[in-house]
Design a protein around this ligand. Sequence first.
Ligand code: ADP
Ligand code: TYD
Length: 215
Amino acid sequence: MSQPQAGHGTFITFEGIDGSGKSTQARLLAEHLRAQGHDVILTREPGGSPGAEEIRALVLQGDPDRWSAETEILLFTAARRDHLERTINPALAAGQIVICDRFADSTRMYQGLSRGDLRATVDQLHSLMIGREPDLTVLIDMDPDTGHARAKSRQTAEERFEDFGADLQAQMRAGFLSLAQEFPERFRIIDGARAIDTVATEVAQTVSTHLSSFG
Ligand code: ADP
Ligand code: TYD
């Protein structure tokens, strides 16, 4: 299986439970880095390319039982492959900083843990079809009750996973923290239960440290 070629840009992902502030922090980081003169693209999953945005609507809307966990793994991975081919890899090849709101770690958690242990299936399909990890993953950690309340206050149609409730979010939080231990070289954990600007300052410092070491 041919894998899309990696480039010389920097690939940064944000992970964490729903409502932890990933989208807010990804946007603020993009603004901060652009103000420093970096060439940045801000993207998200599921989505980030026209085809993947179509798959997004299929997976995030409708009945919570609409898809089995196995079918979801295929759909999220199909969306990711399209996103990688059309958006992420071309940007990395052009030397850009790619900031992505969620990536494969979300599939490892949401599809790999929430309905039985499918982590090995997620990892197999990942290595077959994606074969790329971020250079840096910022985990915005926060307590699930606060995250859930924030996420619910948004009132969107994309509620299939939010409807799974606070227990799932608690399981996801613990899962993300153990994933950070599994991949300590690329994960950085940031406490999201603080003011937006305080979190953003720590994210910016963390990313600057990474860029000055590897960028
Ligand atoms: P996520 O992408 O992780 O689901 P968002 O960035 O969309 O989270 O934030 C969810 C909601 O919480 C939004 O309404 C956002 O404005 C708000 N929010 C984000 N970060 C904070 C924070 N540090 N303190 C209070 N509210 C926040
Ligand atoms: P997102 O739009 O990031 O939601 P939020 O801003 O609330 O965090 O993602 C939507 C949902 O998609 C989220 O509940 C997690 C889920 N998801 C998966 O289940 N698997 C995946 O691989 C990805 C990328 C997201």
